[in-house]
Every structure is written in C-alpha cells, then in structure tokens.
Write a protein that binds this ligand. Structure first.
Ligand SMILES: Cc1cc2nc3c(=O)[nH]c(=O)nc-3n(C[C@H](O)[C@H](O)[C@H](O)COP(=O)(O)O)c2cc1C
Length: 194
C-alpha cells in the first residue's frame, strides 16, 4: 500500500487549493493499479515556528504532521500565491518540517506540487517558491513541470469542488505521476538518490 500525504496551503473554507487536493485524493483513492492511502494534513493549528518552542519539544500538532509526512511515500502540496510567494501558514508548516536542520521530515521525501489562483498565471511564482523551499529542506521533486490552475474560480462548481474537465485531467495526471513514481521506488530504496 502506498501512502500519500496531501496538504493545501490555504486555510480558507472555500479554498480552491483545498478543492484541488480533494480532487487529487479522490483520484488516488480510485487508483486501480495499487492501493493508496491518502492522508490530508491540516496546517492551520500549528503554532508559529520558534526555536524556543522547538527546544521544549514538538507540540502535538507538529508531531502529528511530522508523523504523517515521515510515514508517507510521497507528498502532494497545492499552494495559493500571496504577494508572489507561498502563504505564511504554509511556510510555517514547512519550517516545522525542516527541523532539525539537515535531518528534518522533508529530507529525501518525494514532493509533487500544484498551484491554483483566480489570476491568469495560476500562482506559478508561489509554486516555484514552494519548490525552492521544499528542496532546500531536502525534498526531491516528482513533477518536472509546474502544474498550475489559472482562473481557478471558473474551474469550480457552486459547491466549491473542482469540476472543470481540463483541470481535473491535470490533477489526475499529476496523481498518476506520483503513484507511478512511488511504485517505481517502492520495493527498492525509498530514500532518494543524492
Ligand atoms: C494577502 C493576499 C495576497 C495575494 N496575492 C496574490 C498573488 O500574488 N498572486 C495571485 O495570483 N493571487 C494572489 N492573491 C489571491 C489569491 O490567489 C486568492 O485569494 C486565492 O483564492 C487563494 O487561494 P485559495 O482559493 O486556495 O484560498 C492574494 C490573496 C491574498 C489574501
């Protein structure tokens, strides 16, 4: 069984990035090639990162997130763009996961990225920023190309779910790549080559 941890960089109740993650979770759960367990991780309850707090021991919410990430074969993150970068709440989560420096939860983890925005570029700056920060923390990227959902408010239905066929095809293809990649390395060495 493969385990994929998924997280959205938006806390908004009607978040389009969370909708993208839910769509990805549905595709993964429906995978015919192998059984996939999906863990959608929440990041809104994490305390602000502080070395003082870390020294006292991982807070429970941080520990829970770290366990989900560490036990996953792959991680899928969807990010909005706030002022040209990833939202602070996502950076905060990634900072917690980056610790201890050089040996954090993201070290040698396979990460796939996607971004969604109501604007025309689909939050590609934020996605580049996400890829920079995660790889800086030791993660390895699964998708070579950015997967972006521009004009995303036109791609969701009134209930807030992603329904646009082209957008769904992009997400399905990304999930497929994540699963293929994970199957490829499962049974061999899950630690990525340097
Ligand atoms: C503080 C702030 C900054 C934003 N900056 C950008 C930006 O730089 N680029 C962009 O495409 N959208 C920007 N937006 C709009 C977000 O893309 C939009 O709110 C989007 O719906 C957030 O993603 P979500 O639907 O997953 O919550 C910004 C929104 C906020 C609240």
């Amino acid at each position: 069984m493969l385990k994929i941890a998924m997280l959205s960089g938006s806390l908004r109740a009607s978040s389009t990035n969370s909708a993208a993650i839910r769509a990805a979770a549905r595709f993964a759960a429906a995978c015919a090639r192998t059984q996939v367990e999906v863990q959608i991780c929440s990041i809104g309850e994490l305390p602000h990162y502080s070395e003082d707090v870390e020294e006292e021991g991982w807070p429970a919410t941080v520990q829970e997130l770290r366990s989900h990430i560490e036990s996953a074969d792959a991680i899928l993150i969807s990010t909005p763009e706030y002022n040209g970068g990833i939202p602070g709440v996502l950076k905060n989560a990634l900072d917690w996961l980056s610790r201890p420096d050089g040996n954090g939860s993201l070290q040698n983890k396979w990460v796939a990225t996607v971004s969604a925005s109501p604007a025309a570029f689909g939050a590609v700056w934020a996605q580049e920023n996400l890829r920079f920060v995660t790889t800086r923390s030791g993660a390895k990227l699964i998708n070579d190309d950015l997967v972006a959902l521009p004009n995303v408010f036109e791609l969701i239905d009134p209930s807030g779910e992603l329904t646009d066929p082209t957008a769904l095809a992009k997400i399905e293809s990304l999930v497929d790549a994540v699963i293929s990649h994970s199957i490829d390395i499962a049974g061999r060495d899950l630690v990525c080559p340097a």
